[in-house]
Write a protein of this length. Structure first.
Length: 202
């Protein structure tokens, strides 16, 4: 079920003929644990980071060169190579790990078509010579780390990244994301000035 809540964003009065900003409530998915990589010469200590890969039906499926969503068969057998993957990154927030150590949590939202394939470890098709769920776990980790690092403006340890046996860290449930109808439209995909939505090339 798609959960939406209308929201009047401060400083963003609705323009005539433009859809209102709404909030979508993602579902939990996978969590990757890593650490920051301080810049050379920095006195900052590495900090633990939890990257939540969450999902919502309003996030478009991966897109081909014609900006069309690909089908189930493509995702099952060809993966997301050379596709554009719609995603968005939430705000970072401070949390604690199980031992009480301070950490950072950040959410990256994807289409359920990707996250659910990473969660489903039942026997099925292979993608690029890998079991489907492992292929999508690796792809999600790469996309999530890259985009979370950009949002945090700090390097993240890709080699030390670990998939946790939990669906979410840093709160009781995933943080909400803003959504406007058309935010994954082609005109926003390649213009860095358009902040409505992000794409990642796989």
């Amino acid at each position: 079920m798609v959960e939406l809540e209308q929201l009047n964003m401060p400083g963003t009065a609705r323009a005539p003929g433009r859809a209102p900003v709404q909030m979508m409530q993602p579902r939990s998915g996978l969590v990757f644990k890593t650490r920051t990589v301080p810049a050379k010469g920095s006195s900052d200590a590495p900090r633990k980071v939890f990257i939540n890969c969450v999902m919502h039906e309003l996030v478009k499926r991966p897109l081909n060169a014609a900006m069309e969503e690909v089908g189930e068969d493509h995702l099952d057998h060809m993966g997301i190579a050379n596709l554009r993957v719609p995603l968005d990154v939430g705000e970072a927030r401070e949390c604690s790990d199980n031992s009480g150590e301070k950490a950072t949590a950040i959410d990256v939202i994807f289409s359920p078509s990707i996250v659910e394939r990473a969660l489903n470890d039942k026997p099925g098709p292979t993608v690029m010579g890998q079991p489907r769920h492992l292929y999508y776990q690796h792809q999600l980790a790469a996309l999530a780390l890259k985009n979370a690092a950009g949002e945090l403006k700090v390097g993240l340890d890709c080699n030390g990244c670990k998939l946790l046996k939990t669906g979410y860290k840093g709160g009781d449930r995933p943080a909400m994301f803003p959504w406007v109808d058309g935010m994954w439209a082609p005109q926003y995909s390649d213009d860095p000035k358009k902040k409505e939505k992000k794409y990642a090339g796989a």
